[in-house]
Write a protein that binds this ligand. Sequence first.
Ligand code: GUN
Length: 287
Amino acid sequence: MSATIIDGKAFAARVREKVAQHVTRLKEEHGVTPGLAVVLVGEDPASQVYVRSKGKQTVEVGMKSVEHKLDADTSEADLLALVDQLNDDPEIHGILVQLPLPDHIDEDLVINSISPAKDVDGFHISNVGLLSTGQKSMVPCTPLGCLMMLRDHHGSLSGKDAVVIGRSNIVGKPMAQLLLGDSCTVTIAHSRTKDIEEVVRRADIVVAAVGRPEMVPGDWIKPGATVIDVGINRIERDGKNKLVGDVDFGSASEVAGAITPVPGGVGPMTIACLLANTLTACARANG
Ligand code: GUN
């Protein structure tokens, strides 16, 4: 193995420590406690795990955590009413509605009903517009975590060739905007991209966010490139349940200059950035 391993777990612990220090200061100097509300509709097991983890870490950094668990058959109107109530609650600075929502609920409608100032996911159309025009916005947590690790590893990203594989609203598109904001030359590759191997092979930075287990083999990676693996895929191998990324870690780590592992790479950074966004929302609301 030749690549440097980018330790997202340790990085996330440092981010949480800084957030906790700011929370203490906000409490002492302004008498406010940042509050995060997480709304879960239904009983998707993966979502339940994420929500539990978010609540635990929110409390650990000294913030107030509120969880609303609603039945899978909750009406859209009832969910919108809850979001309205949270929008008006002065003790809540961040609102996260866990996705995916059940099919009978219009996801875009719900996301866009969250006050943009409390939209700690950065999914509201106002925040998407602000990010794409380079203005101050709430930045989606997973891409923000990737950017922090890339900046930490490289210093300046200016002029680097970056390829983002995947075009989701949650990761791919905002990731591309952030890299462009840091003056990378950015390509978004996706399932219809022709000669995707060649496109990836040109990149100094590869961010893989497609949700397909080990789709990117080492021989697609330019020697020395930095690989950020956003994928968290559960597979069966040798009779065991295993978590793997979108990149084949074994072969890619022989070629890359630096790589994030799965687990322990991007994953822990997502919640750390959610806490950082909640702190930012609270600080903006108070001053
Ligand atoms: N489901 C999977 N990832 C996310 C995320 O970052 N935010 C929300 N709200 N739901 C998700």
